[in-house]
Ligand binder design. Structure first.
Ligand code: ADQ
Length: 427
């Protein structure tokens, strides 16, 4: 998308310390912004990942509120706004991404009123009742209203925001258009997606198919491979899934070695307290399941706390008979879409939480409420015993959806809408 529009990327390099000098790569100009160790601790791990992340995900873990973190969030947002203001051409379009930068739209508009500003939130936007806990609530709403178009993963998020702008700042609105300081700001849903074709092609490569066979053999040729792939995050419902699996083994509705579970959990935010305790809890549960149901040389659950290449992930998806995606709340969940795209053979079955944004589109998945353990267990059993013809029909229908609604569709629909909004209001 940036290549197509000869765009410039302004972002963080991923390492603390001075920013590398701007450079070009694959036809894109990159302008790194520096984050110090202090910024990392307060702005990134603190305000972004221990305040906003849990608050926006239904407070499934309690958010911490800190004035020092909020001050750092402000400072770093200023830095990004300053950097973008410097590099943006006259009347350029700037697309600000995600919850770490919610103050940037207004800061950027102050500096560069000529710009067209879009904002996209990759995570859910919470209901008013939850958002109102945030000490910086008015500041964040004002920050976002600096944009011309605010994109959310789901309609519900957009509606929450419109109501909130009215509630907190008294903004008038009509449908999904908010009036603020003589401007009209649109809030709408743009469900993000994947490069469907790329993943389909990848998973059809003979080498990936051979690797999928090899994985099955390495797991002892079980009848059913159950797979979970997530960042190790408390929003992803990994513990619920493991508990459901343990109960199914204990009730002998599933058994080892006919069934084997693989849980890939990418290391994530490892210096944040919530994540450290989650890791301990998940590893304890994995140990318990293997202790009770494993045998010498046969694990009931293979737990892989590692990052994988796209090729290895594609092979794992291709090998998995049942994919379990059980977030307690998730903006979208690309893993669910990647699994569907990987099954060009129309094999496999997807168990999907109703609380993932992806559930709005993947209606033919086996949808369930992960808080309802019995419903989750029944969905896993249904997926395990799915009639192959029914499985193929469901998979093919989901594939039709994500072939049309791929990531290019997402970015084009957002940018097309951005072109046509933000005109001054009549009064
Ligand atoms: P995430 O919470 O990170 O994203 P998700 O949408 O599932 O969640 O994306 C994860 C990505 O990481 C996928 O592309 C997946 O393939 C990859 N991944 C997962 N485990 C991996 C591993 N072990 N090795 C390598 N890659 C791995 C946030 C929001 C989501 C939203 C996305 C995009 O929380 O709701 O869908 O942004 O907007």
């Amino acid at each position: 998308m940036l290549v197509e529009h000869e765009g410039t990327w302004v972002g963080w390099s991923g390492a603390a310390g001075p920013a590398p000098v701007p450079f070009r790569s694959d036809g894109i100009s990159l302008h790194p912004v520096a984050l110090s160790e202090d910024d990392l601790e307060r702005y990134y791990e603190g305000m972004s990942n221990a305040t906003l992340w849990p608050l926006y995900h239904d407070a499934v873990e309690p958010p911490y509120f800190s004035r020092r973190w909020a001050q750092s969030y402000r400072e770093v947002n200023e830095r990004f706004a300053e950097a973008a203001a410097k590099v943006a051409a006259p009347d350029a379009t700037v697309w600000v991404q995600d919850y770490q930068l919610q103050l940037v739209p207004a800061m950027l508009r102050d500096r560069r009123p000529d710009l067209k500003i879009g904002f996209f939130l990759h995570i859910p936007f919470p209901p008013i009742e939850l958002f109102m806990q945030l000490p910086q609530r008015a500041e964040i709403v004002r920050g976002l209203l600096g944009a011309d178009l605010i994109g959310f993963q789901q309609k519900m998020g957009a509606q929450n925001f419109v109501r909130l702008a009215h509630h907190v700042l008294g903004c008038a609105y009509s449908g999904n258009v908010i009036e603020y300081e003589g401007r009209q700001i649109k809030a709408a849903a743009y469900p993000i997606s994947i490069d469907t074709k790329e993943i389909e092609d990848l998973s059809n490569e003979p080498e990936i198919r051979a690797r999928a066979e090899e994985i099955r053999a390495e797991l002892g040729n079980p009848k059913t491979i159950i797979l979970g792939v997530d960042r190790l995050d408390y929003t992803k419902g990994i513990e619920r899934r493991l508990k459901a699996y343990r109960e199914l083994l204990s009730e002998e509705r599933l058994s080892v070695p006919e069934t084997v579970m693989v849980q890939v959990a990418t290391p994530s935010r490892e210096r944040v307290g919530h994540y450290q305790t989650l890791r301990v809890r998940v590893e304890r549960e994995v140990g318990r399941i293997n202790g009770e149901f494993g045998r010498v040389g046969v694990s009931a659950v293979h737990y892989l706390h590692q990052s994988y290449s796209r090729r290895e992930l594609a092979a794992l998806y291709r090998a998995a008979d049942v994919m379990i995606v059980t977030p307690l709340r998730d903006g979208m969940n690309l893993v669910a879409k990647e699994y569907v795209a990987s099954r060009a053979d129309t094999g496999g079955a997807l168990v999907l939480s109703e609380f993932a944004g992806a559930a709005n589109e993947l209606r033919q998945a086996l949808l369930c409420n992960p808080h309802d353990l019995d419903a989750l267990k029944d969905a896993i059993i249904r997926a395990t015993n799915m009639d192959p013809e029914e499985g193929r029909r469901r998979m093919a229908a989901m594939q039709r959806q994500i072939r049309k609604h791929d990531v290019a569709y997402w970015s084009h629909s957002f940018l097309d809408d951005l072109k046509s909004v933000g005109q001054p209001s009549d009064d």
